[in-house]
Design a protein around this ligand. Structure first.
Ligand SMILES: [Zn+2]
Length: 206
């Protein structure tokens, strides 16, 4: 099973996500991994020229037909709340590019699930919604159901899988919609995979 969302190369293979634009050349050249081009919401405010960013993202996606988009999203935690407006603008640019190029987009979401859900629903209504992955998913099953209705998939790491409510949160997410991730902690991968297989009852052990 591959590492569905990571920022470090994993011998198991997987989706290698950028944090800033400076990562893109290194990520594009990493053997055995699917590159994901984007700017993490924590760094959204560092993008000086959003129009130039959108042009660059389009260009990199044209040149890398198997690449995905991300990491992008919304983080409304106290620390990142002041940059939420910049995060929103960049999120829309990522979603637009992912839709145009028919790529999966990796989403980070903290304390902004209602807003993110609203944005995705509006895109679905306008037929401009790309395929989305919600990484580090720790929402309720009720919330998961709303995102599932929009075609979303989820990835979970060691922190989410170790939570006392993990069984309750993830047991009802259908096969093929939930995947393991190491995110920024490559050393967590073996334990993450073991816990993930345990939670999924062995169905995903192939
Ligand atoms: Zn990440």
């Amino acid at each position: 099973m591959i590492d569905y969302h990571t920022h470090h190369p994993n011998p198991a293979g997987g989706n290698l996500c950028a944090v800033t634009m400076a990562d893109w050349p290194r990520i594009a050249e990493q053997k055995g991994m699917t590159p994901c081009f984007g700017v993490h919401p924590w760094h959204a405010h560092e993008v000086q020229d959003p129009a130039d960013f959108a042009f660059e993202l389009d260009d990199w996606l044209y040149r890398h037909p198997s690449a995905q988009v991300g990491e992008t999203g919304l983080d409304a935690s106290d620390k990142h709340l002041p940059t939420l407006e910049a995060q929103r603008l960049l999120l829309h640019l990522h979603l637009g590019a992912a839709f145009r190029h028919e790529r999966l987009v990796h989403l980070h979401c903290v304390r902004a699930h209602a807003e993110l859900l609203g944005i995705l629903k509006e895109r679905a209504r306008c037929n401009t919604l790309p395929r989305v992955l919600l990484h580090a998913w720790s929402g309720s099953h009720e919330l998961a159901r709303e995102f599932l209705a929009l075609g979303a998939v989820f990835s979970v790491g060691l922190r989410e899988l170790s939570h006392s409510k993990a069984e309750e949160r993830y047991a009802r997410i259908p096969e093929g919609k939930l995947f393991p991730e190491s995110d920024a902690a490559p050393e967590s991968w073996p334990r993450t995979l073991a816990l993930f297989r345990l939670l999924r009852g062995g169905f995903n052990c192939r």
